[in-house]
Design a protein around this ligand. Structure first.
Ligand SMILES: Cc1cc2nc3c(=O)[nH]c(=O)nc-3n(C[C@H](O)[C@H](O)[C@H](O)COP(=O)(O)OP(=O)(O)OC[C@H]3O[C@@H](n4cnc5c(N)ncnc54)[C@H](O)[C@@H]3O)c2cc1C
Length: 126
């Protein structure tokens, strides 16, 4: 929960950090923008506005970060494999750019990425 009766918690204090890239500036600004919109609604008399902030942060940020967390857990545990599967591939830079731009989400690529990690553990593959 990122809100209480008359307050919201934003940015890094709200754990708005990408666990794979450690990027924190963009998510902090993102949560700040969402919090400002919710506070504006709350001041206008909407009693559910702050709950809406918690909800939107979970749906639009937190849910995807669970996928980032799953990838990060494997990536940082096996940096050699991570480099081969995630960094060295020519498409990796493009995908990361798309992720940072918000054009795609971790959920869109997680299954493929995790499968590649799995495949690379089998001798002769990856
Ligand atoms: C070494 C380092 C490198 C990083 N590199 C990157 C990067 O390349 N890209 C990226 O996206 N992220 C990076 N991050 C993470 C990013 O800096 C943070 O996630 C982001 O700045 C968090 O923003 P914020 O506004 O939530 O908090 P902050 O930027 O930490 O701002 C909080 C502010 O509140 C102030 N404050 C604290 N307590 C009080 C108080 N009691 N009263 C008044 N003011 C108070 C602090 O002084 C501070 O100015 C890096 C972090 C570190 C430490």
């Amino acid at each position: 929960m990122l809100h209480t009766l008359n307050a919201v918690i934003v940015g890094e204090a709200a754990a708005a950090v990408d666990p794979l890239t450690a990027e924190g500036i963009r998510p902090s600004i993102y949560s700040g923008v969402k919090a400002a919109a919710a506070l504006d609604q709350a001041l206008a008399g909407n009693p559910d506005a702050l709950q809406g902030y918690t909800d939107v942060m979970y749906q639009e940020w937190g849910a995807d970060m669970q996928w980032a967390q799953r990838i990060a857990r494997i990536f940082y545990r096996m940096p050699g494999v991570g480099y081969r599967v995630g960094i060295k591939r020519p498409t990796a830079t493009k995908r990361l750019g798309q992720l940072l731009a918000g054009d795609i989400h971790y959920a869109d690529i997680a299954n493929r990425v995790l499968k590649r990690f799995g495949g690379s553990l089998i001798p002769g593959r990856g």
